[in-house]
Design a protein around this ligand. Structure first.
Ligand code: GTP
Ligand code: MG
Length: 229
């Protein structure tokens, strides 16, 4: 409804149908956010079971750190607007795949792939998309394994499939990405060329460190190095 200056309050008042559709939209929106909170709980449980089982059976913990967040309603609405999507929660649910986000930090590159394999091997996890920025880093040097998963949350009305974005990376990749994010934010996306160059160099150094650590780790695990000497 177009609101012009010369309109009287009675003319700008909402019709009962408009009030009802706003009420419905608010309900749908809060349900959308709630489903994404639940899917995070489901996936976090899966990850912590995988971690504990690995510690129990292999005495090895492949996961260093886990963090998660649900997109705030404000930043979700900003993204909906940026992407030119309608205010329709079914469309938003399908199109915006990072409402629920989980970040897993592993010590070694091999662990990142292994954790994803274990997660997606589960019957109720559907792998929607993988973006392997470890095999193919972004031009700025960003590395990470991204997966879009669809996992059911069990509501009173039955199982509801909900999308969750999982980012899996090593400690070195995470260190780099946090700094890059801060710099990107500080310069509002317009990072000076010199810093861009230095960041890309730092990404290569982080990647070299990952390779070195992985090699050392496998030497120790395979027993070719005497750990007591
Ligand atoms: P959006 O960027 O979320 O709209 O989705 P996309 O389709 O471009 O997905 P992509 O896989 O490229 O990135 C999703 C997320 O990965 C981002 O929200 C960031 O958390 C992270 N990410 C991607 N690229 C970079 C990067 O260059 N630097 C940092 N620090 N994080 C990045
Ligand atoms: Mg992006």
């Amino acid at each position: 409804m177009e609101i012009r200056k010369e309109m009287t309050p009675a003319e700008t008042a909402l019709t009962p149908q408009q009030i009802e559709s706003i009420r419905q939209l608010r309900l749908d929106f809060s349900q959308l956010i709630m489903h994404h909170r639940f899917v995070i709980d489901e996936v976090l449980t899966k990850i912590s079971i995988l971690r504990e089982e690995s510690v129990h059976t292999r005495s090895y913990n492949p996961i260093e750190h886990i963090s998660s967040r649900v997109k705030s309603p404000r930043s979700l609405l900003e993204k909906v607007h940026r992407r030119g999507l309608p205010l329709d929660t079914e469309i938003i649910r399908r199109e915006i795949t990072d409402i629920a986000g989980i970040r897993i930090t592993c010590s070694f590159i091999a662990d990142t792939y292994h954790v994803l394999e274990l997660l997606t091997a589960q019957n109720d996890v559907r792998l929607v998309e993988v973006k392997d920025y470890i095999a193919e880093p972004k031009p700025n040097g960003y590395r990470s394994l991204h997966a879009i998963l669809e996992v059911p949350v069990f509501m009173r009305s039955g199982p509801t499939p909900v999308i969750c974005e999982v980012q899996i990376r090593t400690i070195a990749m995470d260190f780099w990405a946090s700094l890059e994010h801060k710099i990107h934010y500080k310069f509002d996306g317009d990072v000076p060329d010199r810093l861009v160059g230095e960041l890309t160099e730092a990404a290569d150094a982080a990647s070299e460190l990952d390779r070195k650590m992985e090699r050392l780790h496998s030497e120790v695990r395979e027993g070719s190095v005497d750990v007591d000497s």
